[in-house]
Design a protein around this ligand. Structure first.
Ligand SMILES: [Zn+2]
Length: 122
């Protein structure tokens, strides 16, 4: 009886450890990607974790995108309104920088976006 009890405790501890580790992994921040769209097409996609400088060839001009410390920012643009330049840097999933004149969209997306969408229903 005592032996069975200790086995049961061991099993429970193991289950708790697996659950805890699984929870830790589940709870960990999912990898995010910087995605650049020009018009309706995906122009570039890369990890938000890597520092990068990119000149986006938009439909009516260029936008300079700088990714640093997980933040994406448009620092220069050829568009007349410069709204994209004035927008704050983005770092969270779902945030975007839009340049209407150049039809450029810079977005932060999660690497497993499809899964997330189906879970949240939108
Ligand atoms: Zn712009």
């Amino acid at each position: 009886m005592k032996k069975q009890d200790s086995i049961l405790i061991l099993v429970l501890l193991a289950a708790a450890a697996v659950f805890f580790l699984g929870f830790r992994i589940w709870n960990r921040k999912l990898p995010e990607e910087v995605v650049v769209y020009v018009g309706d097409l995906e122009y570039a996609r890369f990890s938000a974790g890597e520092d990068k400088e990119l000149v986006i060839e938009g439909e009516n001009g260029t936008n300079r995108l700088i990714v640093k410390d997980g933040k994406a920012d448009v620092t220069e643009a050829s568009c007349p309104d410069k709204i994209c330049v004035r927008q704050n840097p983005i770092s969270r999933t779902g945030e975007t920088i839009v340049c209407m004149p150049n039809r450029v969209i810079v977005a932060i997306e999660q690497a497993s976006q499809k899964k997330i969408r189906s879970e949240t229903g939108g």
